[in-house]
Design a protein around this ligand. Structure first.
Ligand code: SF4
Length: 490
């Protein structure tokens, strides 16, 4: 049960938006005094302590409600490196308490009307409205324990309101027709290559178009980042629309950092109307890693799992989050990020499973320079029967300089550039570009041979001209690569 957690970092508690009756204020104060020191509670008013092993997940600097973000580094938070990742603490304690089954349910975003208010009274009110007879008599009839009956009849309806109805089940998509050229390519079983083009810093699109046209013949789809590293640029939606107008199949990235629940739904509908069908849902880099002056670093409105849940229901059930019907449902192919080298593959796969259950149809990993290090993660996905439910695109990149290799290794959470790669590059100063392209092509070919990997996502990091060279070099070794870039033409 609950464990007193001394010295937990305090963050300010949320306050109610409207004046509450005196009795509720008194109860809220009591809760704050008790739950604050015991659990690090921030009084979000949407209590999930039972699901999070009695550690308040709102102590995560991003306020993520469905598992750790990809930035967690050896169990420590990358936003505030002086503290352990709140979600790793939750995972570890859940495993110790044999409560890991609680980690899979897709939990709702905060109902901000309830922020700062009491939650104990709500439990009593729900129990009273349901009626003790309706809770306990059917449970005894079905041999259910008292705790399970309370969980089903009282706690679950509070935790999962009718506008959310989250669960721990896998939801295969309702439509069988591929929603995008990328989905069709991935379903074909061919090894797929995608890439990304960095959105421009200016309002002009000539260079953007040029880059899209350069990479288009070689790839099935082109990603456009959404304020990567918390730096403002042309929006992913605008770049995706430009790409769609040129006949490419864009992947629009949406970062939770810059979107709330309303803008997420509006963006998905709007982009879909402009020919964008692939959406990659991300938590987004914290403003902490971006330039000053920094925007709000406290809490995101919806996390990436919740984004997937909302968009999947828009596509499959034709409803907005608030329940309004969507007459022409958006056609979406949904993806999420994966961090295969996070501290413990078992813990990481809990999060990946949740994304897949919520609606992720493809996972795009962060950068991989040592394909064999992927094996523990792939084996764990396989053991849990997830490889059949999701397509995996592994991130790879040509390294343009030694300083970039060292920067990625030292500064980017979850990315390791092995010493042998750095040495090969260092020893090839007269043919640095050729060696870098050869290393990337070799990585691609090794990944091609691994079970469960559907393709690679080449992040050129500003070196788009390297992409054709990598593909041509790798194509000598693996015959079906030539088909990898055909997606956009259909
Ligand atoms: S921001 Fe990421 S790393 Fe930090 S506590 Fe939250 S989930 Fe963990």
């Amino acid at each position: 049960m609950a464990v007193f957690t001394p010295l937990r970092r305090w963050q300010p508690a949320f306050r109610p938006f409207s004046r509450q009756p005196a009795a509720k204020r008194l109860l809220a104060l009591t809760e704050r005094v008790v739950k604050g020191p015991l659990f690090g509670c921030r009084m979000c008013g949407n209590c999930l302590l039972q699901e999070t092993a009695f550690i308040c997940h709102m102590s995560c600097p991003k306020g993520i409600r469905n598992g750790p973000c990809g930035g967690v580094t050896d169990g420590w938070c990358y936003v505030d490196p002086t503290r352990r990742c709140a979600w790793y603490l939750i995972y570890e304690r859940s495993l110790r308490m044999h409560r890991e089954h609680k980690l899979l349910e897709v939990l709702p975003p905060v109902d901000w009307d309830r922020a700062g208010t009491e939650t104990w009274g709500e439990v009593l009110r729900t129990a009273r409205m349901t009626g003790l007879r309706n809770i306990f008599i059917p449970s005894r009839r079905h041999g259910q324990s008292l705790g399970a009956a309370l969980e089903e009849k009282v706690f679950r309806p509070i935790r999962q309101p009718a506008w959310w109805k989250g669960d721990a089940e896998y939801h295969p998509r309702a439509v069988t027709v591929p929603q995008s050229a990328l989905e069709r390519e991935l379903n074909s079983g061919r090894f797929v290559v995608t890439t990304e083009v960095t959105p421009p810093l200016t309002a002009a699109t000539a260079r953007l178009r040029e880059k899209i046209l350069t990479v288009m013949p070689y790839v099935a789809a082109i990603n456009f980042t959404d304020g990567s590293s918390a730096v403002p640029r042309m929006s992913s939606a605008a770049c995706s629309a430009v790409a769609a107008s040129l006949g490419a199949d864009p992947v629009m990235q949406i970062s939770a950092r810059d979107n709330n629940r309303n803008s997420l739904q509006s963006q998905a509908i709007g982009a879909n109307a402009l020919g964008v069908h692939n959406i990659l849902c991300l938590s987004g880099d914290s403003p902490r890693v971006g330039p000053a002056p920094r925007s709000n670093m406290n809490i995101i409105d919806v996390d990436s799992v919740q984004m997937l849940w909302i968009l999947r229901r828009m596509r499959d059930e034709g409803i907005y989050l608030d329940g309004r019907e969507i007459k022409n449902k958006p056609q979406l192919f949904l993806g999420a990020a994966a961090a295969p080298f996070a501290q413990d593959p078992k813990l990481q796969v809990i999060r990946d499973r949740k994304k897949i259950n919520a609606g992720a149809q493809f996972l795009q990993t962060n950068l991989v320079f040592d394909p064999d290090r992927l094996d523990p993660w792939l084996e764990q996905l396989d053991r849990e029967g997830l490889l059949d439910k999701v397509k995996i695109l592994v991130g790879i990149s040509p390294l343009k300089s030694l300083s970039l290799a060292r920067y990625l290794n030292d500064r980017i959470p979850g990315v390791t550039v092995p010493e042998k790669v750095i040495k090969r590059l260092a020893d090839s100063s007269d043919n640095f570009a050729g060696e870098s392209i050869a290393i990337t092509a070799e990585t691609l070919v090794k990944l091609r041979a691994k079970k469960g990997i559907s393709g690679v996502h080449i992040m050129p990091l500003g070196w788009e001209d390297a992409l054709p060279l990598i593909i041509e070099k790798a194509a000598h070794e693996t015959s079906d690569l030539k088909g990898a870039g055909q997606g956009h033409k259909s």
